[in-house]
Ligand binder design. Structure first.
Ligand SMILES: NC(=O)c1ccc[n+]([C@@H]2O[C@H](COP(=O)([O-])OP(=O)(O)OC[C@H]3O[C@@H](n4cnc5c(N)ncnc54)[C@H](OP(=O)(O)O)[C@@H]3O)[C@@H](O)[C@H]2O)c1
Length: 286
């Protein structure tokens, strides 16, 4: 990964932090894209303790499309190249909440924000020798169908269902984008990953620290963040994957995903709707 530039979103904690560490150990320059300055700086100083690693810290709040656009602009100006984008950041919402632009929080943070970021950075990825996008999804993508008429979960909200729905959207986007890139003979690939069930702070309420006991219990039962990061690192760095795109990976292997996640018509409808929700023209229109 020497000479390569990688962005990891949500790199100050859990799987994202472990992914950033491993990719820096392989020689990449890793940009930690974090929403909270203090947590980002704490991660940066912890990760930088190992000699030879190269990191940068940049502000990115996926719950605010203004922040996503500002990040993409600042990153493009500063680096002018991007080899790997790891869309790792994610939340398991507690109650139904809305973002600055009025989207349901887990839909925007887990999916729509990553969609917008990817589309804004595609020109840089296309300039790279072989640009890669990694979408973090979850086995939870299989819990339901895509709600193309109620993407914002205004009816019958349930935190787990909304989480699974956002992860299904990530997989559908992976399929649609892979097809569109293939159709223009682009060298950019996009794949999705289920990291496994990993003991992280995803269950902890960031505002008041509640549910830390659940995170402690998870540490006894589930994988470590380093183990959870392995498939991200594999997808970012494995040379033989240069033409593998549109797949769902678990434990560094292609796995079957739900039937709903393989529906290309739904994937294309979601892609078109997402462009509209983000106010974007389709950069891949033929
Ligand atoms: N843990 C599992 O078992 C598991 C299983 C399947 C999939 N996943 C997925 O793996 C990914 C990483 O999760 P994790 O388990 O490592 O959780 P985590 O430890 O809670 O880390 C989540 C990261 O996302 C960041 N984030 C949250 N909201 C954000 C926003 N609005 N803008 C930018 N960054 C934001 C968090 O930043 P703050 O620290 O500032 O909140 C944190 O850095 C997620 O997409 C998750 O859905 C996890």
């Amino acid at each position: 990964m020497k000479g390569k530039v990688v962005i990891v979103t949500g790199a100050n904690a859990g799987i994202g932090k472990a992914t950033a560490a491993r990719l820096a150990d392989l020689g990449a320059t890793v940009v930690l894209a974090c929403r909270c300055k203090e947590r980002g700086e704490a991660a940066l100083s912890e990760l930088s303790c190992v000699n030879g690693r190269c990191f940068d810290l940049m502000a990115l709040d996926l719950a605010d499309q203004g922040s996503i656009r500002a990040f993409a602009e600042a990153f493009t100006k500063k680096y002018g190249r991007l080899d790997v984008l790891i869309n790792n950041a994610g939340i398991l919402g507690r109650h139904r909440a809305e973002t600055k632009q009025g989207f349901e929080m887990s839909f925007e943070v887990n999916y729509l924000g990553a969609f917008l970021l990817t589309m804004l950075l595609l020109p840089l990825l296309e300039k790279s020798g072989q640009g890669r996008v990694v979408m973090t999804t979850s086995v939870a993508h299989g819990w339901g169908d895509v709600r193309l008429n109620d993407l914002n979960y205004t009816r019958g909200y349930n935190r787990f269902a909304a989480y699974g729905h956002s992860k299904l959207c990530c997989l559908l986007f992976t399929r649609a984008l892979a097809e569109k890139l293939r159709a223009r003979s682009s060298r950019v690939t996009v794949n999705a990953v289920h990291p496994g069930i990993v003991a992280t702070d995803i269950v902890v309420n960031r505002a008041n620290g509640r549910f830390q006991w659940v995170a402690r219990l998870m540490k006894i039962l589930f994988m470590t963040s380093d183990e959870g990061a392995k498939t991200n690192v594999y997808l970012a760095s494995e040379p033989t994957l240069h033409d593998v795109s549109g797949e769902y990976f678990y434990r560094c292997k292609i796995e079957p995903s739900s039937a709903e996640s393989r529906n290309l018509a739904s994937a294309n409808r979601l892609y078109d709707t997402s462009l509209r929700l983000c106010g974007l023209d389709d950069p891949l229109k033929s």
